[in-house]
Structure formats: structure tokens, C-alpha cells
Design a protein around this ligand. Structure first.
Ligand code: HEM
Length: 481
């Protein structure tokens, strides 16, 4: 895209990184961490088929592999790809350059350092024991600092914008960067510093679980969901060259997400002795979340009116439309799972793991993968090296993931139903084995698809045909076509 030239500040020392360097570094790093974290997930899944495969090597035990996988996909793959996408979209929507390309590049390198330390500490068994918040205290501080640095870059770019209108993607990205450091600080109880330093009395037991799940679900909703929706609102109109169907609907979705998501964390604790009113609030909030989810989908699908045939032509659009289908599944499952009756059946079963993957892989990862195939060639001013490999990636990732989702969720229903009838876990394991095998086969397809993407992007960077990117033209709502 044509970039406005910005005079280099007189005080700047050393070479100024080229426009897009920070976005590119974040995107390349995200792909690297996807490969690592996905492969670790696959290794962990093998434990369900044969718990003895790793013998007594503690580093390969499930308790070490699972947090490395989860933190790797959440903070390595998804978060880094999201920041890269924000650094790509925000300057284009604001009509200027990223506020500080140098700061962005530094943030990306430090983020990689964080991930190395995270994997190392988790591998050696240092774990806070809070789900999605496993990193130990000093690393927590590192996470918040990096989020603030990336957020500062985004917010300053918006503050200095030349485009008057704030397109909805800008709203969603700004919201995400403001909410996430606050949520992370609160959910990780960062004022409690373990053995190092106590500012307050420790929060223990069930109250800690409540705090954990306030964060655990809000982070899904106010970081991964909001950044995912920001991407879809940006890329679908760009790909079909049609303005977004409704700006007002997008803002209705934004404010209902902001209102509902902080309420729902307790639906993870419906089967625990926590206050009943908190559970009721969580159930109501979860059902209420159908509003923003359906608003987003209606808005995106209405934007597609008259454009559906373009799905056959564009692999990037295929990723985005497939993601909307998984988004619908996420929304329906999420709301029903929060009802006491259905929750009793599926809680503590593989169903929930399936649901987590529908949102985080089926929707947000699939959207990000599609976006990467669009952004990297634009940033490099080169053609994508192979469309057919991108197509192969799409079918392997969505096909493999469908196998994983079905196996986990059917297996989960069998598990839940048996437990409700009092059948012990041990008596059920042989029955569940085929489902675990299908999950690993699906997982292997997903891992392979990630390697195909990495190879295609590598070849694009090193051997892609140079291409002049069309200059920026603006639609009615400030989107770039
Ligand atoms: C971008 C891709 C992926 C994302 C975003 C992702 C995300 C997650 C999340 C959030 C969890 C925690 C679920 C929960 O506690 O309910 C999880 C667990 C897990 N994932 Fe993934 N995952 C991905 C890819 C994979 C792949 C390719 C496999 C391979 C089979 C895999 C296997 C597992 C396993 C075995 C667990 C532990 C489940 C348990 O504790 O019972 N994941 N993943």
C-alpha cells in the first residue's frame, strides 16, 4: 500500500526500520510459535492414547506439555499475530504510519524473549496453577509491559491520525489494547507475588477460582474475540470491495461485548460451591452474548450479499467465511453450555476442550491465517508464492479441525452422560480411545497445515514475484479497498 512519508525526527539515531517491519516481525514470529505450540499440543494428545509413551521423562509429562501448548498458542501464536495485524490495519485506517516502527520492532523481539522464558519456566515446572494464567510472577510483569508498549504504539497512531472517521476496526483494536493489560493484571492477581512480596493477603481457594475465571473468560472475549472481530470487519469488506453493511450494528456489537463479557466468567464454575447470584449473572450474560455474536455475523454476512461467488476465487475469503461458520457454532455452544442442565452434562468433559478449540482455532486462528496470506504479500510487495499451497492449507486446517471438534465433542457427550450415571472414569477409557485417536489424526492435519503456511510464507519472502500494490483508495467508511 502507498504509505505517507513522515519526516525522520532530527534526534533519531541509527537506521529507522522500514514501514511494516514491526508488523512483519510479529507475523513471522507468530507463525514460528504456532508451529511449536501446535506440535506440543499434538504430543500432549498422544498421552490420551498411550499415557506411557514418554516413559518417566518429566519434561514430556502432560502437566508440563499442556501449559506450554496453551500459553504458546495464546501468547505466542494468537497474540503476536493479532499485534502484527493491528500494526498492519491501524496505520492504513488512520491514513498515517505506525507511530514508532522502532518501538514496534523492539516490542516484537522482547515478546519473543518472553515466549522463550515462558516455555523454559513451564518446562521446568514453574507454574502459577491458574488456567490461562500459568506464567510465574516476573513473567506476568513482562507480559503487561509488552502489552502496554504495543498498545501505546497503536493508540498514538490513532491519536495522530489523518483520517477523521474512526472505522469500527479501530474501535475494536483500541478496546482490546485498553482492556487486555487491565484484565491480565487483575486475573493474575499480580499484587500477590508468591514468595517474593505481599501487598495484600493471599486470595485463596474458591475466591481465587472466581478471579481466575473472571480473567479467563474476559480475556477470550475482550482480547481474542474483539481482535478477531476487528480483523473480520476489516478484511471481509476489503476482499469483496463493498462497504461494511452497518456501522451502527458494529458499534452495538462493540458495546454489548464490553458489557456482557466481564459478567460470564462464573459459568466455568457452575458446578462449584460459589455464590448462586454470581452463577445466575454468568448464565444471563452468556445468553446475552448471543446479541453481539449474532450482530457480528449478520453484519458480515450482509456485507457478503451479492458477493458469495467470490469465495470460490479467493483463498483468503475462504478462511474468513469458514471462520464465520465456526463463530456461529461458538456462539450457540457457549450460550447453551452456560445453562445449568446442559452444563451438568458437558462440564469436566472433552466437550469443553472442543469448544475452546472451536473459538480459538476454528474462528480466530482461521481468520488470522487468512489475514496473514493477505498481509504478508502486501507488506513485502510480492505475490504470494503459491495459491495452491494456501488452498491445501485451508482444506487441511479446516478438515483436520472438523475431525478434532467432532471427536472431542461426541467423546465429551459420552463421557458426560456416563459420569452422570455414575460410571467411573477408568471404566470409560477404552470406549473413548477411538475418539482420542481421531483427535490426534485431526491435530496432525492441523500441524501439517501450519508447516505448509510457514513454507509458503518463507518462499513468498525469498522467491515471491515482486508486485506493485495498488494505491490506497477509500470507501465510505474509511476502509481500504
Ligand atoms: C492454533 C491452534 C490451537 C489453539 C488456539 C489451541 C487452544 C487450546 C486451548 C485454549 C486449550 C485449553 C482448553 C481447555 O482447557 O478447555 C487447549 C488444550 C489442548 N489442545 Fe489445543 N489448540 C490448538 C491446536 C491444537 C492441536 C493441533 C492439537 C493436537 C491434537 C491440540 C491439542 C490439545 C490438547 C491435547 C489439549 C489439552 C486438553 C485437555 O486438557 O484435556 N491443540 N488448546
Amino acid at each position: 500500500m502507498a504509505q505517507a512519508t513522515v519526516a525522520r525526527p532530527a534526534a533519531a539515531v541509527g537506521p529507522v526500520p522500514a514501514a511494516g517491519s514491526a508488523a512483519r516481525l510479529f507475523l513471522y514470529s507468530a507463525i514460528f510459535w504456532l508451529l511449536v505450540a501446535d506440535a506440543v499440543g499434538l504430543l500432549a494428545s498422544l498421552q490420551f492414547i498411550n499415557p506411557q509413551w514418554a516413559g518417566s521423562i518429566e519434561y514430556l509429562s502432560f502437566g508440563r506439555l499442556r501449559p506450554i501448548h496453551v500459553n504458546g498458542v495464546l501468547f505466542g501464536w494468537l497474540s503476536m499475530a493479532q499485534v502484527g495485524a493491528a500494526f498492519y490495519m491501524i496505520p492504513r485506517l488512520c491514513g498515517n504510519r505506525l507511530w514508532s516502527e522502532g518501538l514496534g520492532v523492539w516490542t516484537a523481539w522482547l515478546w519473543n524473549l518472553l515466549l522463550v522464558l515462558a516455555v523454559a519456566t513451564l518446562l521446568f515446572g514453574y507454574n502459577q496453577g491458574r488456567e490461562y494464567a500459568e506464567l510465574v510472577w516476573p513473567l506476568d510483569v513482562f507480559v503487561v509491559v509488552l502489552l502496554l508498549l504495543a498498545g501505546l504504539n497503536v493508540l498514538m497512531t490513532v491519536a495522530r491520525r489523518r483520517e477523521k472517521k474512526l472505522y469500527v476496526t479501530v474501535w475494536y483494536v483500541m478496546g482490546s489494547f485498553i482492556w487486555m493489560p487491565i484484565l491480565y493484571f487483575v486475573g493474575n492477581a499480580m499484587w500477590e507475588t508468591g514468595n517474593y512480596w505481599h501487598l495484600s493477603g493471599a486470595i485463596g481457594g474458591i475466591n481465587d477460582a472466581t478471579l481466575n475465571w473472571f480473567y479467563g473468560h474476559a480475556v477470550l472475549g475482550m482480547w481474542f474475540t474483539t481482535m478477531g472481530v476487528a480483523l473480520a470487519y476489516y478484511f471481509i469488506p476489503v476482499l469483496v470491495r463493498t462497504p461494511l453493511y452497518s456501522h451502527s450494528m458494529a458499534l452495538l456489537g462493540f458495546w454489548t461485548i464490553a458489557f456482557m463479557f466481564p459478567l460470564v466468567g462464573q459459568h466455568h464454575l457452575l458446578q462449584t460451591p460459589t455464590p448462586a447470584w454470581l452463577k445466575t449473572v454468568a448464565t444471563m450474560g452468556s445468553v446475552g452474548l448471543l446479541i453481539p455474536f449474532l450482530v457480528v455475523l449478520t453484519n458480515l454476512w450482509m456485507t457478503m450479499r451479492g458477493n458469495w461467488q467470490k469465495v470460490y476465487e479467493s483463498v483468503v475469503l475462504k478462511f474468513f467465511i469458514a471462520g464465520t461458520v465456526f463463530y456461529l457454532i461458538t456462539a450457540i455452544q457457549g450460550s447453551f453450555q452456560a445453562m445449568q442442565g446442559f452444563n451438568r452434562l458437558v462440564h469436566y468433559s472433552q466437550w469443553i476442550v472442543g469448544h475452546a478449540h472451536v473459538a480459538l482455532f476454528g474462528t480466530y486462528s482461521i481468520w488470522l491465517m487468512g489475514a496473514i496470506y493477505y498481509m504478508v504479500p502486501v507488506l513485502l510487495r510480492r505475490r504470494l508464492w503459491s495459491q495452491s499451497l494456501a488452498e491445501a492449507h485451508f482444506w487441511l486446517a479446516t478438515g483436520g479441525f472438523t475431525l478434532m471438534m467432532l471427536s472431542l465433542q461426541i467423546g465429551g457427550l459420552i463421557q458426560g452422560a456416563a459420569w452422570l450415571q455414575g460410571t467411573a472414569v477408568a471404566n470409560l477409557l477404552s470406549q473413548l480411545k477411538p475418539y482420542f485417536m481421531v483427535r490426534s489424526i485431526g491435530g496432525a492435519m492441523m500441524v501439517t497445515s501450519g508447516f505448509i503456511m510457514a513454507y509458503n510464507i518463507y518462499k513468498t519472502a525469498t522467491a515471491g514475484e515482486p508486485e506493485e500494490v495498488p494505491t490506497r483508495a477509500r470507501g465510505t467508511l474509511g476502509a481500504e479497498y
